[in-house]
Write a protein that binds this ligand. Structure first.
Ligand SMILES: [Zn+2]
Length: 244
């Protein structure tokens, strides 16, 4: 869920025309990404893998788990685990079914502070047009400062609360790639108008924990096109250098 509102629902029949082609992300040409938009909220589920080993991960399967599993099979990726940046419905509600479809791969993350959101997914689903949302019990919670392996690379786990209390961002700083969920978008930041939201904490996390990692780090985000830390540091109206 982004600050400026969702992009609107699209009919399921349009899905076959969506672009989910694989492309290289970052300077390491063997790191491939396929963005798979899911749910009426058009959340960017991401499939990342190494084209040499074919090992990879699914990040934020918010719904449409069968569709995601088909894309995994299409790209012939060996999924090691499912990663969750945070507990919102459009990021997590397909995780339990996808885990079963992929043979029981572990669900890793987000921070345990988002447990209340994961527990409530079946109740909150219908409000967002997601009727098959399942609660999620991760196999492992994540904590700030550890690393997770994505496509054979270590990604630092960085706690960036504010949008949700347990939101985690994954950054491979040497590889110049980050997965930021709903913390930061091209030209926007995550919503904080929830009872548990904290806009100051969100902007502080972006400015003190993400931007210092390097202007040349490209990121994938939960909605819309990606960007880079440098572009957003210079131009983002909510978190950039020129913001209040
Ligand atoms: Zn969210």
């Amino acid at each position: 869920m982004r600050r400026q509102g969702a992009t609107g629902a699209r009919k399921r029949s349009t899905r076959l025309s969506r672009c989910h082609a694989a492309y290289a992300i970052g300077p390491r040409m063997s790191l491939k990404a396929a963005i798979i938009p899911v749910t009426p909220l058009q959340q960017n589920c991401a499939l990342l893998w190494d084209s040499e080993t074919m090992e990879g991960a699914v990040i934020d399967p918010g719904g449409d788990a069968e569709w995601i599993a088909e894309r995994v099979a299409e790209h012939q990726v060996k999924v090691a685990h499912i990663l969750l940046t945070h507990g919102h419905i459009d990021h997590a509600s397909g995780a339990s079914l996808l885990k079963r479809l992929l043979g029981g791969v572990p669900i890793v993350g987000p921070g345990i502070e988002d447990k209340f959101l994961l527990d409530d997914l079946p109740n909150s689903g219908p409000r967002f047009g997601i009727l098959d949302a399942e609660a999620v019990t991760p196999d492992r919670w994540l904590t700030d400062g550890e690393t997770v392996t994505i496509a054979g690379r270590p990604f630092a786990v960085i706690h960036c609360p504010g949008h949700t209390p347990g939101h985690m961002v994954f950054v491979d700083a040497p590889g110049k790639v980050a997965i930021v969920g709903d913390v930061l978008f091209r030209g926007s930041v995550g919503r904080t108008d929830f009872p548990y939201g904290d806009g100051r904490a969100l902007v502080t996390a972006i400015r003190t924990r993400l931007f210092p990692l390097g202007d040349d780090i490209a990121f994938l985000c939960g909605h819309g096109p990606g960007s880079s830390f440098g572009i957003e540091r210079r131009t983002n109206p909510y978190a950039g250098d020129g913001a209040a």
